[in-house]
Design a protein around this ligand. Structure first.
Ligand SMILES: Cc1ncc(COP(=O)(O)O)c(C=O)c1O
Length: 411
């Protein structure tokens, strides 16, 4: 029997969480009770500066008043109606997303994996049914990519550790090397359905695509009749300083997936495409009970309104550069060597190596700064897009102390 939480210790609560929950992650030994702006608070009264933002999700910070208001008032009006009906808020969100992006049409869902699943299904069906090309059976993705945890999404994910034990995987995937156009050229051909790529690899270690790479992919796809899919689940919705990463890189895909930041903290994903490609889906091709959920749509509408403001996007570019500059400076005197500081906008990574990354994350958290690792070797900084230079100063001070502790432990 679960007791009232106020009556039990944090340790006891954690024990229940571990005994009844998912084991894929090793949750930190604290229990979060609330958030406000750039900060999270645990049940033991500790405050944390949040540079992880639910892994690149809470783009407006925690409990942004406009977002809370939109969710509350929509919950009072209607929460769920299924795709059998339209809601006013779903139509409004679709209108907004198509006005703000290259895309004409979209499928709304609840997560990044689902958005990618829909992207891969649409690409296959477009080639097979609309182009009547049954010979196109392969999707090219990249080593060290991450596209989610459904069976097709883990197959698309070019990291064997996510495949292990789940075989047989979905047929029809080939893996090229990120940043290496020749490796794509070697795989692409009349059998290719699509190339799917993260404009900035997130889970692989915060790796921006090198100059000209996405342009090259666009050319190769056009030359071979393949579709280009951008997975913007992590790098989309303002994180690069442009509303969408494809704008930052100046290359327009045929299909784009979004999630994470789109809801600002609630679960919503979207798979968007041109009208031409969307012909691949007809009535009955694809659906989801919660797709277009009114509460999620109301939230995403507010997020898009706020994030598309030029002053907010300018803040991402300014504070993102300030963060990278500050990290480089910190790296000069750091007892834990910085192999590289890299990133775009407010998606920044510091490669310190697998032997240090996890330790630095823990030491920072102990001092009130939340970050996490990407690729096991890189510290990842994906704060809310409303972060200020002052927050960066505070974060760097804590990080400096954390590095000193970890460095001393190695000495
Ligand atoms: C680039 C990318 N694609 C897809 C996903 C999967 O999204 P979700 O966890 O919402 O299914 C992630 C999650 O980290 C991601 O970073």
């Amino acid at each position: 029997m679960v007791k009232g939480h106020a009556e039990v210790t944090t340790e006891a609560l954690l024990e229940v969480g571990d005994r009844t929950g998912n084991t894929s992650y090793a949750p930190a030994r604290m229990v979060i009770e609330r958030g406000e702006g750039m900060y999270l608070f645990d049940r033991d009264g500790n405050r944390y500066l949040d540079f992880m933002a639910g892994i690149a999700v809470n783009c407006l910070g925690h409990c942004h008043p406009r977002l809370v208001e939109a969710i509350e008032s929509q919950a009072r009006r209607v929460m769920q109606i299924s795709n059998v009906f339209y809601s006013d808020v779903q139509i409004r969100l679709q209108e907004q997303l198509s006005a703000l992006s290259f895309a004409d049409r979209m499928f709304l869902c609840s997560s990044g994996a689902e958005a990618n699943e829909a992207a891969m299904k649409l690409a296959r069906r477009y080639q097979r049914v609309i182009k009547a090309d049954e010979g196109r059976t392969e999707i090219i993705t990249f080593k060290k990519s991450f596209h989610g945890r459904t069976l097709a999404a883990i197959t698309a994910t070019g990291q064997p550790k996510y495949h292990k034990g789940f075989e047989p995987l979905v047929p029809g995937f080939r893996y090229a090397t990120y940043g290496d156009l020749a490796s794509v050229e070697a795989l692409i051909g009349p059998q290719t359905v699509a190339v799917m790529v993260e404009p900035i690899q997130g889970e692989g270690g915060v790796k921006p695509s090198p100059e000209g790479f996405l342009q090259g992919l666009r050319q190769l796809c056009d030359a071979h009749g393949a579709l280009l899919i951008f997975d913007e689940v992590q790098c989309g919705v303002g994180r690069t300083g442009s509303l969408f990463a494809y704008e930052h890189f100046g290359v327009v895909p045929d299909i784009m997936s979004l999630a994470k930041g789109l809801g600002g903290g609630v679960p919503i994903g979207a798979m968007l495409s041109t009208a031409e490609v969307f012909q691949g889906f007809v009535r009955g091709s694809h659906a989801s009970t919660f797709g277009g959920n009114p509460v999620m749509c109301a939230a995403a509408s507010v997020v898009l309104e706020e994030v598309s403001k030029p002053e907010l996007l300018a803040n991402v570019t300014d504070v993102g550069q300030y963060l990278q500059d500050g990290l480089r400076k910190l790296g000069e005197g750091s007892p834990v060597a910085f192999k590289e500081v890299r990133g775009v906008g407010l998606m920044v990574g510091v490669e310190v190596g697998p032997e240090f990354a996890g330790e630095v994350v823990k030491a920072a958290r102990k001092r009130g700064l939340i970050i996490n690792t990407a690729g096991g070797h890189t510290l990842r900084f994906v704060p809310p897009l409303v972060v200020t230079r002052q927050h960066v100063d505070d974060a760097l001070e804590i990080l400096g102390a954390a590095l000193a502790e970890v460095g001393a432990g190695q000495g």
